[in-house]
Design a protein around this ligand. Structure first.
Ligand SMILES: Nc1ncnc2c1ncn2[C@@H]1O[C@H](COP(=O)(O)OP(=O)(O)O)[C@@H](O)[C@H]1O
Ligand SMILES: [Mg+2]
Length: 271
């Protein structure tokens, strides 16, 4: 089991996660079970990121990270800031998303100006992320991190930005953190017009994998890897969610067509 060794800093965002150095030598952004959003966002994160990876999407490696009582006791920063009070982070098994590279050397960006965004090497993969977000009913806007890959892969010859998906906390759930699917309203990013979408074929690689590769068995296997404390031992609720995800797959092309036809006209090059 991966152990957290040291807290580095608090991250922004509603889940009040922390950047931590872990026993495999990598750094992870850790979300705690007692985060202010909901315990079950950890399920959505783990399940969502693993499913996105199976769809061939650019994710970061994710892991179950154990944070000890001792580390929390010795690190006063490891606490949730609530409106009128402050409570210590809960020890035990937490969710970790690996930081791409060494945080002392690699600066990440949550956003890029459009001009630089156009230069992102894997910009076309945003279309695949939309397939994922429509499928899992992600009620949060799509979030990614951008980095200059020279600094991550130590290859001075390349200069372009790359992006990776983060924050699947609200995939498969409405805001209250219960596993029920809802109509997806929020997941059409304003930058869609520059993804280079020219028609349904721009989504085809991911739609095909969704149909062919995401079997019920695979969903079940991924479900079993999740610590039961994250879903409060309600295994039936997890199974219902997995079944819903499986059944929802054929609806995704229509959901994309619907997004295309919306009055905001997100894809100007799709005639
Ligand atoms: N794997 C990661 N690598 C680097 N930075 C990350 C990673 N995951 C999250 N972050 C950073 O931490 C912030 C909070 O993470 P996020 O998953 O968006 O949590 P929240 O649910 O609080 O919005 C993000 O805005 C991003 O800057
Ligand atoms: Mg976020």
């Amino acid at each position: 089991m991966l152990q957290a060794l040291e807290q580095i800093r608090r991250m922004r965002g509603g889940a009040q996660s922390h950047l931590m150095r872990c026993s495999d030598g990598y750094y992870y952004v850790v979300k705690f079970q007692n985060n202010p959003q909901h315990r079950r966002i950890l399920v959505n994160e783990m399940l969502g990121t693993k499913l996105a990876a199976r769809l061939g999407l650019p994710t970061v490696p994710v892991a179950i990270v154990e944070v000890s009582e001792e580390l929390i006791r010795l690190t006063p920063e490891l606490a949730m800031e609530l409106p009128r009070t402050r409570i210590a982070c809960q020890p035990g098994l937490q969710f970790g998303a690996r930081y791409p590279g060494d945080p002392r050397q690699v600066t990440l960006h949550d956003f890029l100006p459009d001009e630089q965004l156009r230069e992102v090497e894997n910009l076309h993969e945003f279309a695949g992320m939309l397939v994922f977000d429509k499928w899992t009913c992600n009620t949060n806007g799509r979030q990614t991190v951008f980095f200059d890959e020279r600094k991550v892969e130590r290859d001075e010859a390349t200069v372009r930005y790359k992006t990776r998906m983060i924050d699947q906390g609200f995939a498969s759930t409405p805001g209250n953190g219960i596993f029920r699917m809802r109509r997806c309203a929020a997941c059409m990013p304003a930058t869609a017009s520059i993804w280079g979408v020219t028609g349904m074929e721009s989504f085809a690689p991911w739609l095909e994998l969704l149909e062919k590769r995401l079997s019920e068995r695979m969903l079940d296997e991924i479900g079993r890897e999740i610590p039961p404390a994250w879903y409060e031992d309600d295994y039936d609720a997890l199974v219902r969610l997995l079944e819903q995800l499986h059944r929802r797959r054929p609806r995704v092309p229509d959901l994309i067509l619907e997004a295309k036809k919306s009055s905001r006209q997100p894809f100007p090059n799709w005639m």
